[in-house]
Write a protein that binds this ligand. Structure first.
Ligand SMILES: NC(=O)c1ccc[n+]([C@@H]2O[C@H](COP(=O)([O-])OP(=O)(O)OC[C@H]3O[C@@H](n4cnc5c(N)ncnc54)[C@H](O)[C@@H]3O)[C@@H](O)[C@H]2O)c1
Length: 396
């Protein structure tokens, strides 16, 4: 059993506590920190947490916890992580790890130097259907992964600090793109180096300094492409979708607006519908168990199992740092309007990964461009002559 210091009582502090205290879990939040004494007391009462405090130092250093969970605004991650590492405690930090790769790298290095466990709380790698999809890709069901499209869009975040570029580190890209980048990496292969990024971003709706809408391409060393689409100006709820395209197959995942329950109500749903739902009448897409569907349950199971086994969880601060480096390149690309290299002062994956190119021979003289079963039952094959480059078709 682990005793946890929960730093932050906002949206994510609440989701994390719900996940940890849900079902019959063993690990408990024993200390909770928030700036306001009223909020922290109310939170502690609701979740039966013995010690509420308004002192960050006390929450991190106290002897009544062995794991620190950082659920604070982005600009406070570094301070909290460094303090947890100095206190010799295991530390789990929400996404994005830092506002940029320099911050993330300092957090990674502080934990490694202190020899403490670090886990990056990237929940969207852990929804049960994503874990199943990752397993299928690993087993080769999709062949070689060529393209991963990941999309998270909604009408914008719920607290003031997200909208302040200095506090958050950016706009929709740092907030939502961090999920999409790590989803892309996970399907393409976390040991494949992200090489360069091309990104468009704009501020279309909200009067802020940062981008509220962006689309980016991340090119990997093996030729695979990760595509992220993010928006704080999308209407209609939270659109969370991933697509994986391989040489032998395809996976489509829809995590939110179509999770299997579709409901029409003229009378209106009286309670809560789902995170970022914009209405409570007409067609609705309620979510059965948000904590599970968003991956929090399986994420904490992986993290605490890894702490117990002294093993490495699926997501560490190293991953958070690589994600930040990709995002740094995306921000540079918006400015330069060019492909920008991903700067990774530390890289622990492969170098010189083999290309995903998947050309197959038909015979000694031809490669296959395309095969298709036609409506009359024949098989049509389109071929390229290796010597002359002439393209011909044959019906078999
Ligand atoms: N899917 C996810 O993993 C996910 C979802 C939402 C948020 N997050 C991340 O969680 C973190 C917090 O986001 P949130 O949605 O809970 O935000 P929030 O605004 O709902 O809550 C933030 C918490 O930090 C506290 N706080 C705010 N400013 C502070 C300050 N200056 N000093 C000390 N405490 C302060 C607030 O009181 C509150 O307890 C962010 O890094 C965000 O990116 C992750």
């Amino acid at each position: 059993m682990h005793r946890i210091s929960m730093l932050g009582t906002g949206l994510i502090g609440m989701f994390y506590t719900m996940a940890l205290h849900g079902q019959r879990g063993r690990d408990r939040v024993s200390v909770v920190y928030s700036r306001s004494s009223d909020r922290v007391k109310a939170f502690a009462e609701k979740w039966e947490i013995p010690r509420p405090t308004t002192s960050l130092k006390e929450a991190i250093d106290g002897t009544d916890s062995d794991v620190v969970v950082v659920a604070l605004p982005n600009y406070q991650h570094e301070e909290a992580v460094l303090a947890a590492a100095a206190a010799g405690k295991s530390v789990l930090c929400t996404k994005p790890l830092g506002r940029n790769a320099a911050e993330s790298l300092r957090m990674l290095e502080a934990c490694e130097q202190a020899g403490v466990f670090h886990g990056y709380l990237e929940d969207l790698i852990y929804p049960p259907k994503t874990l199943k999809a990752l397993e299928s890709v690993k087993n080769g069901s999709l062949g070689k992964v060529l393209w991963v499209r990941s999309r998270e869009t909604h009408s914008g975040p719920h607290s003031d600090w997200f909208w302040n570029k200095e506090f958050s580190g950016g706009g929709a890209i740092i907030d939502l793109g961090c999920h999409c980048v790590e989803i892309g990496r996970s399907f393409i292969g976390k040991d494949i180096r992200p090489v360069e990024v091309m990104c468009w971003g704009d501020t279309q709706v909200h009067p802020i300094e940062a981008e509220d809408h962006a689309i980016g391409l991340v090119k990997y060393e093996n030729g695979a492409i990760g595509q992220f689409e993010v928006s704080w100006s999308f209407r209609g709820g939270m659109d969370l979708r991933d697509e994986v395209a391989g040489t032998e197959g395809t996976i489509w995942l829809n995590h939110w607006l179509r999770t299997g329950m579709e409901m029409f109500t003229a009378a209106g749903e009286k309670g809560y519908v789902a995170e970022k739902a914009e209405g409570n009448t007409g067609w609705l897409f309620p979510v059965g168990d948000e904590v599970v569907e968003l991956g929090y349950r399986d994420m904490f199971t992986d993290m605490f199992n890894a702490i117990d086994d002294k093993s490495t969880p699926r997501e560490t601060f190293y991953d958070g740092y690589v994600v930040n480096a990709v995002i740094d390149a995306a921000y540079k690309s918006i400015q330069s309007r060019r492909w920008e290299p991903v700067d990774l002062p530390i890289w622990r994956g492969k170098d010189g990964a083999a290309s995903v190119s998947a050309v197959r021979d038909f015979d000694a003289e031809h490669t296959i461009i395309k095969e298709e079963r036609m409506s009359d039952g024949t098989m049509k094959v389109i071929l390229r002559n290796k010597r002359t480059n002439k393209i011909v078709q044959r019906v078999i």
